[in-house]
Design a protein around this ligand. Structure first.
Ligand code: GTQ
Ligand code: FE2
Length: 374
């Protein structure tokens, strides 16, 4: 036996490489494997995301979504949805490792049938009026910029009673639910739910500083009792916050959508944020263990994601994977970014971690400009 094929361990044990290989092969029969073969690949020093930063331009998405409107009905499709997939991990149904994002279209007169499922969902309306989501018998009419929640296992159907196409961003925790193998879907016995609650009930009862008296105790449900957060109110609150308070170094002027019963996140798996970047503001770069999907609600600007400049404008959606350097700027006009984050998942696991960009005064150099499609 040649000397190279002999290896030794600190304990002095000596074995030939082929002996070790044979040992590993033997283990396979019993569904075992030595950890030492993959130790460094499992316990990485830092997160190694397969997902990459990416942007879905509304200029591209909108005409494709309208084309889908001519190809398939909402009834046939169940949901007429174009999913946003991450090119770094296309086999996974998600924009990041934890967050699914998609664009949905509902045409005048259409109904998307009632169902409920274990993934939690939210919508952020991009364009059009006259559509509603019916949540547990409560019809919620939606306007651009409105956020509507359909938490896990809550009945929901969509309809368009108006006379224009309505399009929105869907955010769901599908990758997470799928990773947990916890997928459930129930179909409602009829196409749509009968309207059994007053319109916008959840907002009237929980969205103001007046609660039904028994609700003073922390909410029993793990999600917000308010189903809808209106654009006009969110935008007004953001403008108010911007007056007289200094912007966050990384995020500018930023609000959380909260569960009014406990001040916590709106959903157990997804948090929502709304941030204002004032004209001329350039925020510093950082990275964190949360991943996010951003949607441009107003204006235009750019983000530098891992050295790549992504120019964005109203209607665009972009993904920021875990532990990726990112910074935002609005050089020419005020911009408002809506975002969904998996922070509520990481926080209770003790996994929240972030760091500022250490070089160049906290700003990344731009290596390239994002070009879009293949
Ligand atoms: O609107 O109910 O994008 O159930 C994916 C799954 C939307 C919805 C999606 C869904 C929905
Ligand atoms: Fe759904």
């Amino acid at each position: 036996m040649s000397p190279e094929s002999k290896v030794s361990s600190p304990s002095g044990a000596v074995a030939s490489l082929s002996e070790r290989e044979q040992f590993s092969a033997e283990l396979e029969r019993f569904e075992m494997k030595p950890l030492w073969l993959i130790y460094r690949d499992v316990l990485t020093k830092q997160p190694r995301a397969r997902e990459v930063p990416f942007l879905w331009s509304w200029n591209v998405v909108r005409p494709l979504l309208l084309r889908a409107g001519g190809l398939i009905t909402a009834a046939e499709a169940e949901r007429r949805v174009l999913m946003f997939l991450n090119p770094g991990n296309p086999a996974q149904i998600g924009a990041t490792a934890t967050l699914y994002a998609a664009a949905q279209l509902i045409l005048p007169g259409e109904t998307a049938r009632a169902h409920r499922h274990s993934p939690a969902a939210l919508r952020f309306v991009i364009e059009g009026e006259g559509a509603y989501t019916c949540v547990e018998g409560e019809k919620i009419f939606m306007k651009p910029g409105d956020l509507v929640l359909t938490p896990a296992m809550v009945w929901h159907d969509h309809g368009n009673d108006g006379n224009e196409p309505v399009m929105w961003l869907d955010g769901l925790d599908i990758p997470l639910t799928a990773a947990l193998n916890c997928m459930f879907l129930d179909e409602f016995p009829s196409l749509s739910q009968t309207e059994s609650a007053p319109r916008e009930r959840s907002e009237k009862l929980y969205g103001r500083a007046l609660f039904p008296s028994e609700t003073l105790a922390p909410a029993a449900k793990p999600y917000s009792p308010v189903w809808a957060y209106r654009w006009a109110e969110a935008r007004e609150a953001l403008a108010c916050l911007a007056q007289g308070s200094a912007p966050d170094r990384f995020d500018g002027t930023i609000l959380r959508y909260v569960n009014p019963a406990n001040g916590g996140e709106v959903l157990p798996s997804m948090g929502c944020r709304l941030q204002l970047l004032r004209k001329g503001e350039r925020m510093a770069a950082h990275r964190h263990t949360t991943s996010a999907v951003y949607h441009v609600a107003e204006g235009s600007g750019h983000s530098i994601l891992d050295g790549i400049r992504f120019d964005w404008r109203k209607g665009d959606t972009f993904a920021v994977p875990i532990w990726l350097w990112h910074e935002h700027a609005a050089p020419t006009e005020d911009a408002v970014l809506f975002s969904v984050t998996d922070e509520p998942v990481l926080a209770p696991l003790g996994l929240l971690r972030s760091e500022p960009y250490p070089e160049n005064g906290g700003f990344q150099a731009v290596r390239s400009v994002f070009q879009g499609s293949r």
